[in-house]
Design a protein around this ligand. Structure first.
Ligand code: ATP
Length: 218
């Protein structure tokens, strides 16, 4: 069986595990700032996986970004609200911001699950995040709580074989989302803003207005 066949059958297994349950997408991230990459990919995941909603969950203080200056959660929440406005399938959740740290994804998923009983959870993430999964707290708990809906990211390989060797069963809990490669990252946007370059069209206008009004990323 080829790599792609393997992918397809893993995808079928994961998708058909509980077909009768409504599906909720959970999109965790720093969103510093939210950009069109996040929105495009969430929309494609929503459509291809038939998600009832996508919950954007801005991380309060990501454990793996402790030492970097992260914009205060209230600003990131406000930017996300502006980014998703008008999309009835998207919602922003304060679930991570409003709780005591440390803010592990595994705990966040447990909370989302407790608040959304009867839903099958799909945790949306890019290939770079998938490759870091084993550095996160309780990866086995994460894949027990949610199916991982993964999309590709430029220059980041997806090696499910290697991951399976370290986290048995993960292959059956991953679905790959077929989406265009998008070469935008929040890091590059912050750098552009610091250099005084425009990020117009890379973030929704309402997000850009907020950034300018609040004088963020200077
Ligand atoms: P930063 O550059 O600050 O690390 P980011 O642009 O990667 O930020 P995050 O908020 O960290 O954005 O991302 C949330 C999730 O979205 C992660 O799983 C990340 O892999 C994914 N993601 C963000 N941008 C892209 C992109 N352009 N292509 C694919 N996945 C992306």
């Amino acid at each position: 069986m080829s790599y792609l066949d393997n992918q397809a059958s893993a995808q079928d297994d994961a998708i058909s595990s509980e077909p009768e349950l409504p599906r909720l997408g959970v999109f965790g991230g720093t969103f510093d700032p939210p950009h069109i990459g996040h929105l495009i990919l969430a929309q494609i995941a929503c459509d291809t996986l038939n998600l009832e909603r996508v919950l954007f969950v801005p991380a309060a203080q990501p454990p793996h970004k402790q030492d970097q200056g992260v914009t205060p959660p209230l600003h990131r929440f406000a930017m996300l609200q502006r980014a998703i406005q008008g999309n009835p399938y998207f919602e922003v959740s304060r679930i991570d911001m409003d709780r005591q740290g440390p803010h592990y994804t595994s705990d966040m998923l447990s909370l989302v699950r407790a608040q959304n009983r009867g839903y099958e959870l799909f945790f949306l993430l890019g290939a770079d995040s998938l490759s870091e999964l084993m550095t996160w707290r309780a990866p086995e708990w994460i894949i027990a709580q949610a199916i991982l809906a993964v999309w590709r990211r430029p220059n980041v390989p997806i090696n499910l074989e290697a991951l399976e060797a370290r986290l048995p069963g993960v292959r059956e809990r991953v679905v790959l989302i077929d989406a265009p490669l998008i070469e935008i990252s929040a890091t590059s946007l912050r750098e552009s803003l610091r250099r005084g370059h425009s990020i117009r069209y890379q973030v929704p206008d309402a997000v850009l207005e907020y950034i300018q009004r609040q004088r963020l990323y200077r």
